[in-house]
Design a protein around this ligand. Structure first.
Ligand SMILES: [Fe+2]
Ligand SMILES: [Fe+2]
Length: 227
């Protein structure tokens, strides 16, 4: 989530960093945001479980599933800790327990659909596995930009936990997806991923705008307040 990757919906350069700093400074808001991240990790697991047939699942595939489930659990526990150990407010992944959680899930669905469209020419039997590789790669590219920025903001604020271990897993997942895309699509893999990333950036801009709307950087001015 470098600034150059921010879409047109981003209000200003550096806006995401400022927004994260504002969220991290407010533990209740931060708890719901971290719960949204946990929801995304969980939805990622669910997508893998649905897309991958046992015949195609190897050790790396199984490990990928378990690591993403581990990220969801780790982030869920962090959300609970930020919430003072109380479940109320972050108990589930419902919209009210997350920060723009529906928009976060919509982002993943949009990336999934965009990749599906890019792979529409493939034989039906090969599409789900190819979509797993392409959509995972696109999302891991985003994770590789987003988690370092979030970690930086956490450290600057003296945050109570770290996402470094998650980032390390995501780096490995991305390398694996890139290698598998190259093995599957040969010389065309780079161009295919570039097209997926274009669509991903647009989807991310929509999610980012939803997060900004759910927790405005400047609280809205009460009606009737003189300017
Ligand atoms: Fe993850
Ligand atoms: Fe991952």
């Amino acid at each position: 989530m470098t600034e150059s990757l921010l879409g047109a919906a981003a209000p200003a350069p550096g806006a995401l960093r400022d927004w994260l700093a504002r969220v991290v400074a407010d533990p209740a808001l931060h708890a719901r945001f971290v719960n949204s991240l946990a929801r995304m990790e969980y939805v990622g697991v669910r997508k893998m479980l649905k897309a991958r047939r046992a015949e195609a699942l190897d050790l790396d595939g199984l490990q990928h599933l378990l690591e993403e489930a581990g990220h969801a659990l780790r982030l869920k526990r962090a959300a609970l800790a930020l919430n003072g150990g109380a479940e109320a407010g972050v108990a589930t992944f419902a919209e009210s327990d997350t920060l723009a959680g529906d928009a976060a899930e919509a982002y993943l669905q949009e990336v999934d659909r965009a990749c599906e469209a890019l792979l529409a020419e493939l034989p039906a039997a090969e599409r789900a596995e190819a979509n797993y590789l392409l959509s995972s790669a696109a999302i891991e590219v985003r994770a590789q930009a987003f988690y370092p920025l979030y970690e930086e903001v956490l450290r600057a604020a003296g945050g109570p936990f770290s996402v470094r271990a998650i980032l390390k897993d995501e780096d490995r997942h991305l390398a694996e997806m890139r290698a598998r895309l190259a093995a599957r699509f040969g010389a065309g893999a780079g161009a295919l991923l570039a097209r997926a990333l274009e669509r991903e950036a647009a989807a991310f801009a929509r999610w980012e705008a939803a997060m900004a709307a759910a927790a405005p950087l400047t609280p809205p001015r009460p009606a009737g307040t003189p300017r």
